[in-house]
Design a binder for this molecule. Structure first.
Ligand code: ZN
Length: 218
């Protein structure tokens, strides 16, 4: 079964337009690493960047590179400024689409968080130290300000997402508030992990799940 809307790629051999389904539904997962900010990494990430196709018309094979990654931290910061301004104007469409606009800002601000955390997290397959020490203060300020705005949005849109809300308080060093919020949810591995980081007074993003089983979506 294919889910979602199809995209099209032109066959380099015969120029036929082949339909394909982007997204995770026909991608083989080798296992995911999940982080406390909701980011996930596939193991063997290099394999994710290309996909093999067989042309429906000429039956020849071709590889194509998927568009991945995309925007940077700075791009999302710029987008947040742009859309905050745009959505704050009193126009009819902003009134009608208020809820969609809020969700879009949530999406952008979550990406600012995750792109920032990319500098800190170490992929389980990567070598070397993280580069937290070299993050400029100006960037840290943007990060903290983003978390405050993200908390506002979450309290409005997803007030029951206690795990993420607690994580954000932990990120800005408000450990007591983080602990109080975690007190509202039943025990889980994620909750225990966050509580133990709070004990250590660690603000950084952590791994909450490492792959145990390889899942195949085929
Ligand atoms: Zn073809």
């Amino acid at each position: 079964m294919q889910i979602g809307n199809p995209s099209y790629k032109i066959c380099p051999h015969c120029k036929h337009k082949n339909k394909f389904y982007p997204g995770p539904f026909h991608v083989k997962y080798y296992g995911l690493t999940e982080w406390s900010d909701g980011e996930t990494f596939e193991e063997l990430p290099n394999l994710k960047k290309t996909d093999l196709q067989k042309c429906d018309n000429c039956n020849q094979f071709y590889w194509f590179k998927k568009m991945l990654g995309g925007l940077s931290f700075e791009d999302y910061v710029e987008a947040a400024d742009y859309f905050e301004k745009k959505y704050s104007l009193i126009t009819i469409s902003n009134i009608i689409y208020r809820s969609i606009n809020r969700n879009r800002l949530l999406y952008i601000r979550l990406n600012i968080l995750r792109k920032y955390n990319d500098q800190i997290r170490k992929h389980p397959l990567a070598n070397g130290e993280n580069s937290k020490a070299s993050i400029p203060n100006e960037k840290k300020e943007i990060f903290i300000n983003n978390i405050k705005l993200l908390l506002k949005l979450l309290n409005e849109i997803e007030p029951n997402n206690h795990l993420l809300i607690a994580e954000l308080y932990r990120n800005i060093g408000d450990f007591e508030k983080a602990r109080t919020i975690l007190g509202k949810i039943p025990d889980s591995i994620s909750k225990q992990l966050l509580l133990s980081e709070i004990e250590k007074r660690n603000c950084d993003v952590i791994i909450i799940q490492t792959p145990l089983i390889a899942i195949s979506c085929h």
